[in-house]
Design a protein around this ligand. Structure first.
Ligand code: ADP
Length: 229
């Protein structure tokens, strides 16, 4: 059967999350809130009880125990997320076991680059670095008080969400000549709850508008600084 984009978006996926620390439990709750079936697993009974009201199923199990994982039927889940951060040995062992069991899609949280490299070598499909990513976001929001969010696309390119800085307010995107002068692209604009794509280029910017800007990190920084006193 041919896969369609709407098929991919609307098929109800089943997720299993192993490790219910701050990150794992937040992922579990959010997936559940989005309407997905979520199985939450932790070796700590208290963590299991705490998450229980928010997810489809919650189980106490040791993820380094292959038989336990098999009994749960972990292989049948579309995505398994390993959110064991601090106990790196358990994280690696769990990933290895799940990979050998043939789990379709394996997402693993890495505590640092070295941990991430090992996970990649043993076949994790996606590696996430929540602490590092959050650190970058917070750093960017501190560098400029206008920056609300920051998404790193590669080592050199990012998307930022920013309020118009200083002198930008009252001028239009066309007047600012953003693309030619700063070599960055305003790809969308947010006004309250409304997302406007492409942005309106002939309307004066208001202080509480949000611009979604894509560009090279150096250019993004120049763009921000050019309008900051
Ligand atoms: P965070 O930084 O997101 O809070 P932690 O590393 O502190 O993450 O928490 C990881 C969670 O994973 C803890 O609740 C811990 O009980 C659980 N955990 C650790 N090892 C295992 C394991 N082998 N099997 C199942 N759960 C585990």
């Amino acid at each position: 059967m041919q896969e369609t984009w709407w098929g991919r978006v609307f098929v109800k996926k089943q997720y299993a999350i192993i490790g219910l620390g701050r990150f794992g439990s937040s992922v579990a709750k959010n997936l559940s809130k989005a309407g997905f079936e979520v199985l939450a697993i932790d070796s700590n009974e208290t963590k299991v009880q705490e998450i229980s009201p928010y997810v489809t199923h919650a189980l106490q199990a040791e993820s380094t125990d292959e038989d336990a994982l098999r009994a749960i039927g972990i292989r049948n889940f579309d995505v398994v997320i390993v959110a064991i951060g601090e106990d790196i040995q358990s994280s690696i062992l769990t990933t290895l076991i799940l990979k050998e069991m043939g789990v379709q899609s394996l997402v693993v949280k890495a505590a640092n680059d070295l941990h991430g490299n090992v996970l990649r070598k043993i076949g994790a499909d996606k590696i996430v670095y929540p602490e590092r990513d959050m650190g970058q976001r917070v750093a960017h929001s501190l560098i400029s008080s206008n920056i609300i969010d920051y998404i790193e696309l590669s080592d050199n390119y990012s998307i930022i969400e920013t309020h118009p800085a200083g002198d930008m307010v009252g001028r239009t995107i066309r007047q600012l000549d953003v693309r030619a002068k700063y070599k960055v692209n305003v790809i969308a604009q947010k006004k309250g709850d409304k997302l406007i794509i492409p942005p309106t280029v002939d309307e004066p910017l208001k202080e509480d508008d949000i611009l979604v800007v894509l560009g090279h990190n150096d250019e993004l920084q120049k763009f921000e600084l050019a309008f900051t006193e």
